[in-house]
Design a protein around this ligand. Structure first.
Ligand code: SAH
Length: 456
């Protein structure tokens, strides 16, 4: 077998990123856009001894769980991986993904398939979108999404995961750029101006904010652009973020207000949150509420507990738990997010919370050594790479009765749980939450309790 060979195969499984997996002459192939149960024709792209990659060229027998992708750009766009898979089958795929990681990486051999909380309407759920800008082959300025594993832009101003207003905003920015001959940023030559447009909407308040991320600090005729954007229903803030670095990091650190507020407000449950452009905020508010409810239920708070919320962002979980706890302490590395967190405590008149700026793996050990802090419950919600060992070690030393672990990557979650279970904790409950329908990602919530050191 060699590159460009045409093969026919049945898709028998799906990989962690949602790619189809099938065998041909003993060789395992990974094929994007192929769905479990499909019989397909594919072109070999790369082949090694026991595995290879191929490109779907034709679906010969569609799987019973295959559906027509809703988006016209579903295949080239790198955003969604599962648009050709039924929603129910997606949920099953995600539950199996969590289960497999816990078994294979975590060593929890008797783990059953977890329950997974899905959405009733899995479209237009994202409250945030970041559209890269660029120039196509004909020299036209385009906005859209990066293609799979690349930085070439697939033009798309109406992503079906995002809010309808995105399109109106992008078209106004594109028209302004055309009128004044303002170039999009060019990564290769490190030139041009408009890099990204970030849009956020508070689903419960309707507030919308637009942040133009520029390779510079101003844009021509900014007043005119601002006026045009103010016509978008719900607009409450327009700002510029300066990013002159030659980097993949989207946002720079300098923020310049153009019009209105430099944040939006939103509500989850009965807590109001203020969100700045630089702060992390969960992108799917409908599912976030279910996620936090589960975390609250797992924390089993009676009212007098001390809770630590590590990787707390703008304090969303801390404040959600605070009313049922004695005291909550949050730790977060981004100073702006901590500022938001403190402000959020104030807005909601919640007095029993405190926030610390710094890395969880530095703040927690330091506070434990110097002040002997303790916790009844520790909640962690780390980024994809999971918890740092120093944070996990201190958690074990603090020996909280319960640990609630929220994770956006079940592989690193499984790794961390394996460590905690070796140190006296046991996994009690596992639940999946579909925060990102049509993509291969899934959020997991875990309850662990302390059962004593079995090695003693
Ligand atoms: N719990 C919050 C945020 C979760 S996202 C919520 O539900 O909204 C993870 C957060 O961890 C981000 O805000 C990120 O800035 C922060 N973070 C990343 N690395 C960190 C570290 N080493 N220590 C503390 N916070 C960190």
């Amino acid at each position: 077998m060699k590159k460009n060979d045409i093969i026919t195969l049945r898709i028998e499984d799906m990989g962690v990123d949602g790619e189809g997996i099938g065998k041909y002459e003993g060789c395992t192939f990974f094929i994007k856009d192929a769905v479990i149960g499909d019989v397909i024709e594919a072109k070999v792209m790369k082949v090694k001894k026991s595995y290879g990659y191929a490109r779907l060229t034709q679906v010969l027998e569609p799987s019973p769980v295959r559906r027509e992708p809703e988006c016209v750009c579903a295949r080239p766009c790198g955003g969604c991986q599962l648009q050709a898979l039924d929603y129910e089958a997606q949920l099953d795929f995600k539950a199996r993904k969590i289960q497999n990681h816990l078994i294979r990486i975590g060593g929890f051999s008797d783990m059953s398939k977890p329950e997974i909380m899905g959405m009733d309407n899995p479209w237009r759920y994202r409250n945030k979108a970041q559209f890269p800008f660029g120039t196509d082959r004909e020299g036209k300025t385009v906005a859209g999404f990066y293609a799979v594993h690349s930085h070439s832009i697939v033009p798309c101003t109406d992503c079906l995961l995002g809010v309808k207003e995105n399109q109106m905003i992008l078209e106004r920015v594109l028209a302004h750029m055309k009128k004044y001959n303002i170039p999009a940023y060019d990564e290769k030559n490190v030139s041009g101006l408009v890099r990204h447009v970030l849009i956020r909407k508070g689903f419960s308040t309707g507030e919308i904010m637009v942040c133009l991320i520029l390779n510079g600090c101003k844009i021509k005729a900014v007043e005119e652009l601002s006026k045009s954007l103010q016509e978008v229903p719900g607009m409450t803030g327009i700002m510029i973020n300066v990013n002159r670095e030659n980097t993949n990091v989207i946002m720079g650190t300098e923020l310049r207000p153009v019009w209105g507020q430099t944040y939006i407000t939103d509500r989850i449950g009965d807590v109001t949150y203020r969100i700045s452009p630089l702060s992390f905020y969960q992108v799917n508010p409908v599912q976030t509420e279910k996620l936090y409810q589960t975390a609250l239920e797992y924390a089993e708070l009676k009212g007098n507990e001390t809770v630590w919320d590590l990787y707390c962002g703008i304090g969303t979980i801390s404040l959600f738990l605070a009313k049922q706890a004695g005291r909550v302490c949050g730790v977060e590395v981004i100073p702006e997010a901590v500022e938001d967190a403190r402000k959020n405590a104030e807005i909601n008149s919640i007095g029993n919370v405190e926030f610390f700026v710094g890395k969880a793996e530095e703040v927690l050990p330091k506070k434990y050594k110097e002040e002997g802090i303790r916790a009844d419950v520790i909640v962690v919600d780390p980024p994809r790479k999971g918890c740092d060992m120093a944070a996990l070690q201190t958690m074990v030393q603090m020996q909280p009765e319960r640990i609630v672990y929220i994770s956006c990557d079940s592989a690193t979650l499984a790794r961390d749980l394996k460590y905690l279970c070796g140190e006296g904790y046991e996994v009690r409950k596992v639940k999946g939450c579909d925060m990102f329908p049509w993509t291969g990602h899934v959020e997991t919530v875990i309850l662990m309790t302390y059962c004593g050191d079995k090695r003693k």
